[in-house]
Design a protein around this ligand. Sequence first.
Ligand SMILES: [Zn+2]
Ligand SMILES: [Zn+2]
Length: 294
Amino acid sequence: MRRSKFRTPFQIYKAHGLKVAAIATPWKVFQKYLTALPVNNRDGLPSQRELITDLFETNTEAWLIWFDGGRYDYFEELYDEYFTGELSKAWNGDIGYTGDWAVRHLEQDFSGYGLFSSVTLRSARDVDYDGRDHFDVAPRIETEDNSSMKEKLATLGYLEQSGELADTGEEAVNEAVLNHKSDISGGVIRYPKPHPPFDGLEHITSGASKTRETREALISGELTEPELHEAYRSTYRTGFELASQIIPKLDGTVIVTADHGECLDCGQLFHDRYHRPHDHLTHVPWFEVESVKD
Ligand SMILES: [Zn+2]
Ligand SMILES: [Zn+2]
């Protein structure tokens, strides 16, 4: 019996180049290997992972506020309404889901610090990133209707959801920070904004079908591109408002950043593990807060 010798797409790519690898490999399989290829930081931006390490190593008290899905250029446009401070651009190292970022950026020893997030953090291999492995305090923030893993994933937009799940948990994050802050020297605070679902567009920007539904709405004219962008801005503002509420109550250095951006206007629409790792997704804000505006 003749046995075929299996070669991975990467081996085919090495031997015959990208084009042959793309033709020889089923698309679904190929996409997985495509994203395993090295991602270049062609602009030479500072590494977000290194900035995070430095932040917690060089300050006696430090807080990292993490906007989920906060694209750099929109941050630049909006932050001035809420804060004064110094904005720079960082490179997040690769694309992926929220948990992928946590695995890449929050694996250090965070003894003495807390991690606050209202939803579970799914990692690159579909295993949860568990803050309790790295942080002294990583409370599981339970929200009213939000108990099962499936529902937690739904709040991040990975699964279909029903009801108002997407809107739960944000205030609970700030509450948990206040309850724990006297026991720790700072930590990481994650807000699920401006990640989809977007304000006012929950019916098409929630769950796993959001890309298809949003695309269809754009094609049919039910939704315009400016409306999509405006909904993103509005969702971003919710993140800024949550941050404005907590920052005056924190001591030490406060940085606001994001794990990745959202595409919106380049045809890829949101963010995905298989998107091209370009600026919309890999350039993120790194903002040192000086003061909160009234
Ligand atoms: Zn994310
Ligand atoms: Zn894009």
